[in-house]
Design a protein around this ligand. Structure first.
Ligand SMILES: *Cc1c(COP(=O)(O)O)cnc(C)c1O
Length: 390
């Protein structure tokens, strides 16, 4: 396969001004990432600061409801409340080794921005976070946390003032200042080598799942399920198992209110291949190829593109592309609260909703793993509004 390509997806569709920065990044990743010193520093921080390994929890009550054995990979317990820190810490250490003094990134729900400023502070780098003006209003608690930690918050007014516009502005900013500044991409999207870098750092999730399930059950899982938009938590969980042909993978995206034209974020159901933020991927677009804004109540799934690798794996059928609708997602939150005493992030609740709605796809003897990507504290307001005000 060609470098930076997953089938036809991926590549580097960028302004030539950005090429030197991408080449420098790829060379640095190949040079530093494999070294023992890099691995040791990352492992120490993920363990002592982040709290890894995260547990693989057998959810007995929820399992009874589904009719098979369900395990939750508890990324909600990683410091910051989601899987985002795995990637943010890895790339921040890389930025420091490259001699950069400043990190820029973009965020929507605020989970990635938060993880980035946490990692930036540990490594002594300044952090600037681009966030759409609409998202600033919707994510007050995470914006406050980022401010408190010392990040510079830059509101993005261009376009619709949401994530896709923030990514465009951050890429523009990076083009102007890549000598001193590192762009810390938050998911398995963007031009090569970002998708590869992010998937490498998130693969710690799947490596741990493998060890933990073999210890508990003495066999590999029958299926692994994850929610996603760019695909980073899903690929992190899937990658170490990809060559095991008998293991099934499910990728659950945001169906939104309904699969109607302007109410959804389901790019695998409604989109087509197209170029977004420097790579060819599955994208929501109109009949003229203009990017369509995605729509879902889960801010972390609100991106119109699916990263190159997950696009490829879904196209070839290795991963099953699924979706869940908002209504079912809110119901799933309450079921997880009542059965296991856990409040899931709205993103994570998409997987839970899918499993609840498709029990017959899982045999009673099977062990399945849900990548439990985050906790729901950030979504409390939306959840309470749904249950008590409608
Ligand atoms: C950001 C986020 C996601 C989606 O991001 P991917 O890169 O597609 O994994 C899912 N769940 C949570 C809790 C998130 O914060």
């Amino acid at each position: 396969m060609k470098k930076g390509r997953f089938g036809k997806y991926g590549g580097q569709f960028v302004n030539e001004m950005l090429m030197p920065a991408l080449i420098e990044l790829e060379e640095a990743f190949n040079k530093f990432y494999p070294t023992q010193a890099f691995q040791d520093e990352l492992e120490r921080l993920l363990r002592d600061y982040g709290g890894r390994p995260t547990p693989l929890y057998y959810a007995a009550n929820f399992s009874k409801l589904i009719g098979c054995r369900v395990y939750l990979k508890r990324e909600d317990l990683l410091c910051g409340g989601s899987h985002k820190l795995n990637n943010a810490l890895g790339q921040t250490i890389l930025a420091k080794k490259m001699g950069k003094t400043r990190i820029i990134t973009e965020t929507a729900a605020g989970q990635h921005g938060l993880a980035t400023v946490m990692a930036g502070n540990i490594c002594g780098l300044d952090t600037e976070i681009f966030i759409g003006v609409k998202d600033i209003k919707r994510q007050v608690s995470n914006v406050n946390r980022m401010k408190l930690l010392g990040a510079k918050i830059t509101p993005v007014k261009s376009g619709e003032g949401i994530l896709k516009d923030a990514v465009s502005d951050t890429l523009r900013e990076w083009t102007a200042c890549s000598q001193t500044t590192y762009y810390l991409m938050g998911s398995t999207v963007g031009p090569h080598p970002f998708p590869e870098i992010v998937a490498s750092f998130q693969s710690i999730i799947g490596k741990e799942i493998k060890e933990q399930i073999l210890k508990k059950r003495e066999k590999k899982p029958d299926a692994i399920l994850a929610c996603g938009s760019g695909g980073s938590n899903a690929l992190g969980a899937f990658r170490p198992f990809i060559s095991d042909e008998e293991i099934r993978f499910y990728f659950v995206e945001g169906g939104g209110e309904s699969l109607g034209a302007n109410n959804s974020a389901a790019a695998f159901q409604l989109g087509k291949p197209g170029i977004l933020h420097g790579a060819l991927m599955q994208v929501l677009q109109d009949e003229y190829g203009q990017i369509k804004p995605s729509k879902t109540r889960a801010a972390g799934l609100n991106y119109p593109g699916r990263g190159p690798e997950i696009s490829y794996l879904c196209e070839t059928g290795r991963v099953k592309a699924c979706y869940a609708l908002d209504e079912d997602v809110f119901k799933a939150v309450r079921i997880m609260c009542r059965t296991e005493g856990l409040i899931p992030a709205l993103e994570t609740a998409h997987v839970i909703a899918y499993v609840l709605n498709h029990k017959s796809e899982f045999d009673k003897d099977e062990n399945i793993v849900i990548n439990y990507s985050g906790r729901g504290d950030k979504d409390l307001k939306a959840i309470m509004r749904y249950y008590y005000e409608s």
